[in-house]
Design a protein around this ligand. Sequence first.
Ligand SMILES: Nc1nc2c(c(=O)[nH]1)N[C@H]1C(S)=C(S)[C@@H](COP(=O)(O)OP(=O)(O)OC[C@H]3O[C@@H](n4cnc5c(=O)[nH]c(N)nc54)[C@H](O)[C@@H]3O)O[C@H]1N2
Ligand SMILES: Nc1nc2c(c(=O)[nH]1)N[C@H]1C(S)=C(S)[C@@H](COP(=O)(O)OP(=O)(O)OC[C@H]3O[C@@H](n4cnc5c(=O)[nH]c(N)nc54)[C@H](O)[C@@H]3O)O[C@H]1N2
Ligand SMILES: [Mo]
Length: 774
Amino acid sequence: MNKKVVQVYNRPAGGWGALKSVAQQIIEQGIPGKGAKTLLSANQPDGFDCPGCAWPDADHTSTFEFCENGAKAVAAESTARRATPDIIAAHTVKELTTHSDYWLEGLGRMTQPMQYDRSSDRYQAISWESAFNLIATHLNALPSPDDAIFYTSGRTSNEAAFLYQLFVREFGTNNFPDCSNMCHEPSGFAMREAIGVGKGTVLLSDFQIADAILIFGQNPGTNHPRMLGELRGASKRGAAIVSFNPLRERGLEKFQNPQDMTEMISGQSTAISSDYFQLKIGGDLATVKGMIKCVLEADVAVQAAGAKRIIDVEFIAEHTANFDQFAAEVLAEPWDVIVRESGLERAQIQRAADIYMAAGKVIACWGMGITQHKHSVATIQMIVNLLLLRGNIGRPGAGPCPVRGHSNVQGDRTMGIYEKPNTAFLDRLGQVFDFVPPREHGYDTVGAIQAMLDAPNKVFFALGGNFATATPDTELTHKALQNCALTVHVATKLNRSHLVCGREALILPCLGRTEIDIQATGPQAVSVEDSMSMVHLSSGINAPASPELLSEPMIVARLAAATLKGRSKTDWMWLVADYDRIRDKIAAVFDDFADFNTRVKVPGGFHLRNTASERLWKTATNKANFYAHAVPTDLPIHQARESRSSPVFNLATMRSHDQYNTTIYGMNDRYRGVFGERRVLFINKDDMAELAMQAGDWVDIESLCDDNARRQVKRFMLVEYNIPRGCLAAYFPETNGLVPLSSFADYARTPTSKSIPVVITSHIEATVPAIAVQ
Ligand SMILES: Nc1nc2c(c(=O)[nH]1)N[C@H]1C(S)=C(S)[C@@H](COP(=O)(O)OP(=O)(O)OC[C@H]3O[C@@H](n4cnc5c(=O)[nH]c(N)nc54)[C@H](O)[C@@H]3O)O[C@H]1N2
Ligand SMILES: Nc1nc2c(c(=O)[nH]1)N[C@H]1C(S)=C(S)[C@@H](COP(=O)(O)OP(=O)(O)OC[C@H]3O[C@@H](n4cnc5c(=O)[nH]c(N)nc54)[C@H](O)[C@@H]3O)O[C@H]1N2
Ligand SMILES: [Mo]
């Protein structure tokens, strides 16, 4: 076992390690002087919105809130390095492909539009005008607008997203795959059915008064570090914080606040979770259903004793539908199934239920550990059922809280980046802009990959993101992109998607969130919506990485003007000259944005209306719906185990501490004690013993799918970890090739990146170098 790769980490999350890690990143990016100034402007009333995660800020007017991973995201964007056309053209695309994603992004910010030249296999500089004309020619030559696909990643601002969806719909399609399709799609779907809105109902202020906070499948210490501030506060005032996670995650155990000098100097820290339940991967539905069964059983008992009811009878009668049928179904679910499928003991489930019953106000948070399974929608509805039982929705200190990922992923959906738009929205859009929007639903992410595989010569356009790497079934996805007539990426830095070219390919470099955006009428601000539906302005403070960069709204406007010339009644260049004009149009299309320009200019912004938080249920029944769901016993993992005698494991793919999705900042995963290596596989020590393997051994991982295609990734190092037997964990995106395109969440079609049935075998070739240590 290489001691340098794996070290025990028993300190709290945060602390001096967080400060050190940021300092390293700032030095590495070559920005010591201005780095600090830039960081201090993140999430300030007159600064930019942190491009890190979608967790809200105290009030957008408070003093600087330090966040290690937000700081790393800002430092990465503010890097002093430049990937000029000369630097990129020094390599063929084939050569670039041999480098790691870390190396590619490490080239720095791109400075000019570039076109792929197939004869030399190199990217070359191209003018903006030629680039827009080339795309317009391709788009207008397609047999149908539905042969074009328009991807969106969640950093895109409201203004850019609104113009983008308008352009694409005027062009004539609803093909809007987005990163949400791989992320919180099941949350939106499940909650819309259950409570009539696809967003969480709580605000930060609710965290200050909740009696219990349940955290399912989320690793805030790494992915939403500012959330630890709320959890720390809750813990200090004695609220119960209950984590449900197969892995022991340091950030859910202890936190040392880098902004609290007393904690930093004295070395003290705050315990986060009061209880930690290590259920098995995919065991959440069974666990929550078990908790509900405990609540219902306790309620039956108090009724017999004539004591106060445990469930909120009045709320259920006035506000919900389908309770009786639901309760009967839960009571009929056998305990042995619940216990077996949860991976917990019955006493643990009872303990979790007791905490729930003892708490007056309960918040339930969840992340990717819940959404990336076949049964995600059912699991989320089960969490909502649990909340509804005691009226924990639509009152202070209580409610569902899906914790979003990208900083504006929620806003992009609000702006209409959605492949299944509703009729009322399309009608309104058509009226405001005087055109007939397409009605047919478009492709989501999985559907887009399949469509590009099924038919050649499509046009693929991406507003941000790293489609080739973030999506499942890497090899198939690459084939799909290569099958296109044209691939176009709007991006800040070079990534693998830019190297997986269609017959023709373009890269359009854009301004980042931290940069000053000047249009015809002067400097502009954009707006974003956080995970709790707060909408506020963001304006950059740094000089652009290159004078040639265009803002995302400008790229969309110029593309629309070039493509829809003579067809569109929208004056694209007038709109983009002043983003207030775009916001006025947003207000004309969405009632919730009435008076947008005035309200968004108030420091801290404004809160979008959320009907469920007012106990107004915009569902089919006009009530909040209880949904009965059986504990699943026939998932791909069950099927795979039945078909094999050798051990089949359930693999979850997740983020390390030093990455932002496909952007790798560094090779460490400090809180899990892994250093200098990303090809690791976390495994229980008894499973290793059963396989006659040892920590430090190198293995290959093969996934099992009933389509019989072979999907394998090679050379991963076993790391002993506190994780239940039968469960494995590894990092995304190194393992994306294992996720079959055909394996996705029921109803929401999110790839099942958190539950991949796999077998592991020793890695044979003795090609392992003296292990990648730093
Ligand atoms: N620094 C940083 N910040 C980020 C990101 C980043 O990459 N880096 N990504 C952003 C994005 S887009 C998103 S969506 C979020 C993602 O944030 P998270 O939702 O925290 O994402 P993951 O790291 O994929 O996985 C979360 C947790 O799920 C657990 N888990 C795995 N399977 C199961 C299961 O079956 N049940 C339960 N209960 N838990 C399970 C894992 O152990 C892990 O702790 O973060 C956002 N913020
Ligand atoms: N196996 C597995 N796969 C997963 C996941 C998982 O947990 N496991 N998680 C999924 C989730 S939750 C998500 S959200 C997706 C993420 O999928 P994406 O959103 O497609 O991927 P990112 O890695 O966030 O995109 C990074 C790229 O965005 C570009 N970029 C950065 N800032 C800007 C900007 O301001 N403007 C523009 N135009 N471009 C910018 C940079 O070029 C950078 O290379 O991945 C999904 N894939
Ligand atoms: Mo995400």
